[in-house]
Design a protein around this ligand. Structure first.
Ligand code: C5P
Length: 232
C-alpha cells in the first residue's frame, strides 16, 4: 500500500458517519473507525463502510492476555479491514498471538500496527503511574523494535518520530501518524503537530486526520488539500 490520508470518523452514530461520507462523491477516503463508533454501532458499521468502497483502519487498540487477543483477532479478520491495531505493551507473546489469530486460512491478513505509548501519556505519567523511568523517546523506540521483532507491520507514532522509527526499524516498517494540522488551522488539543506536507517530508506512510477534515466547512475540499499535500 502506498501513502494515503486516513480520515478519523470520530462520530457517535452510523447516521452522522454516513451523512459525512455521502459528501465524498469522487475519491473515497481511507476511513478510521475507532472505539466510539464501533461500540455504538457494532461490526455492521464496518461492513457497511466497506461495502461503500472505503478502505478501513479499525482502531480498537486490543490489550489482553495472548489467548484472548488471538481469539478476538480471529473474529476481526472476518470483517475484512485493511489495518487494525493493538498495544505493544501487551508483550511479544500477545502480538504473536494476535498475528496468528488475524491470519486467514489462505494466509492473507489485515496489516497489524502497534500503539507504543499514547501521546496523551507524558514523561511524568510514564514514571509516576506506569513506573517506567526511561525517557519517552527511548521507550517508543524500544516498543517499535519489539513490535517489529514480533512480526508486526508498523506503529502509530507522532509524525515527529516517523523518521527515527524508519531509521531504526527499516523503511518498510509502516508509520501511521496522527497529530496533523494545516499550517493555517487550529491545533485544538493536539500538542505536537505537523502539516501534511511536513509529514510527507519526514517519511510518514499514512497520516490520520480527524477534525481538520470532519469539522471543516467544506470537508471534501479539506480532504483534497490533505491528499494534494501528502500524496501527490
Ligand atoms: O481530530 P484529530 O485530527 O486530532 O484526530 C486524530 C485521530 O487520531 C483521533 O481519532 C485520535 O483518537 C487518534 N490518535 C491520536 N493520537 C494518537 C493515537 C490516535 O490523535 N497517539
Amino acid at each position: 500500500m502506498g501513502k494515503d490520508v486516513i480520515v478519523a470518523c470520530d462520530f457517535a452514530s452510523a447516521e452522522q458517519t454516513f451523512a459525512f461520507l455521502d459528501k465524498f462523491t469522487g475519491r473515497k477516503p481511507f476511513v478510521k473507525i475507532g472505539m466510539e463508533l464501533y461500540y455504538a454501532e457494532g461490526p455492521s458499521i464496518v461492513r457497511e463502510i466497506k461495502a461503500r468502497g472505503h478502505k478501513i483502519f479499525l482502531d480498537l487498540k486490543l490489550h489482553d492476555i495472548p489467548n484472548t487477543v488471538k481469539k478476538a483477532m480471529a473474529v476481526l479478520r472476518n470483517l475484512d479491514v485493511d489495518i487494525t491495531n493493538l498495544h505493544a505493551a501487551g508483550t511479544t507473546a500477545m502480538m504473536k498471538g494476535a498475528l496468528e489469530g488475524l491470519t486467514r486460512e489462505d494466509g492473507t491478513r489485515p496489516l497489524l500496527i502497534a500503539v507504543t505509548q499514547l501521546t496523551s501519556t507524558d514523561q511524568e505519567a510514564l514514571e509516576r503511574d506506569i513506573l517506567i523511568k526511561e525517557p519517552m523517546d527511548q521507550v517508543v523506540m524500544h516498543y517499535a523494535q519489539t513490535a517489529k521483532n514480533a512480526g508486526l507491520d508498523g506503529i502509530v507514532c507522532s509524525p515527529l518520530e516517523a523518521g527515527k522509527v524508519h531509521d531504526r526499524c527499516g523503511q518498510n516498517f509502516l508509520t501511521i501518524t496522527p497529530g496533523v494540522r494545516f499550517a493555517d488551522g487550529d491545533i485544538g488539543d493536539q500538542k505536537r503537530v505537523m502539516t501534511p506536507a511536513q509529514a510527507k517530508e519526514i517519511g510518514s506512510d499514512y497520516i490520520v486526520v480527524g477534525r481538520p477534515i470532519t469539522a471543516a466547512s467544506d470537508p471534501v475540499a479539506a480532504y483534497e488539500r490533505c491528499v494534494a499535500e501528502f500524496c501527490d
